[in-house]
Design a protein. Structure first.
Length: 123
C-alpha cells in the first residue's frame, strides 16, 4: 500500500513539474519577440545550456530574471539578464517569488485564452 501512495505522489509531482515546464516555456516564447538581437542571442545560448543538461537536472532548472547593478560608478543603473538556477536549491523568499511569477503567468495565459474565446464568440 505504501508503494502505491508513493507512486501516486511521484506521478502527481511529475504532472506538476510538466505543467510548470510548459508554463515557463510559454512565458519565454511570448517574451522572445521583445528581445533585441544581442539579448536574444544571449538568451538562446542560456536556453541551449539548459537543454544540454541531463533530463532530471533539466526538470529542476529554470532561467531567472537577473538584475545586477551596472559598473563601479554607483550610478544605480541596473542591467537585466537571465541566469540558470537549480530550483531545488532556492531559499524560501526566492521560491515564493518563483511560484508567484508562475501563478501570475498562468493567470495571464488564462485571461488571454478567455479574451480569444470571447472574440471568437462575438464574431
Amino acid at each position: 500500500m505504501a508503494q502505491l501512495v508513493g507512486s501516486d505522489e511521484i506521478e502527481s509531482l511529475r504532472f506538476e513539474l510538466a505543467q510548470i515546464g510548459r508554463s515557463i516555456r510559454s512565458s519565454f516564447r511570448s517574451r522572445t519577440s521583445s528581445f533585441r538581437d544581442g539579448d536574444h542571442s544571449e538568451y538562446e545560448l542560456q536556453w541551449a545550456e539548459v537543454q544540454r543538461l541531463p533530463t532530471f537536472e533539466r526538470i529542476n532548472t529554470a532561467l531567472f530574471d537577473d538584475e545586477e547593478e551596472n559598473g563601479t560608478s554607483g550610478s544605480g543603473n541596473y542591467v537585466k539578464g537571465k541566469r540558470v538556477v537549480n530550483v531545488t536549491k532556492l531559499g524560501a523568499d526566492e521560491r515564493h517569488m518563483f511560484i508567484e511569477k508562475l501563478i501570475k503567468q498562468i493567470e495571464h495565459d488564462n485571461l488571454r485564452l478567455l479574451k480569444k474565446l470571447r472574440h471568437r464568440i462575438d464574431k
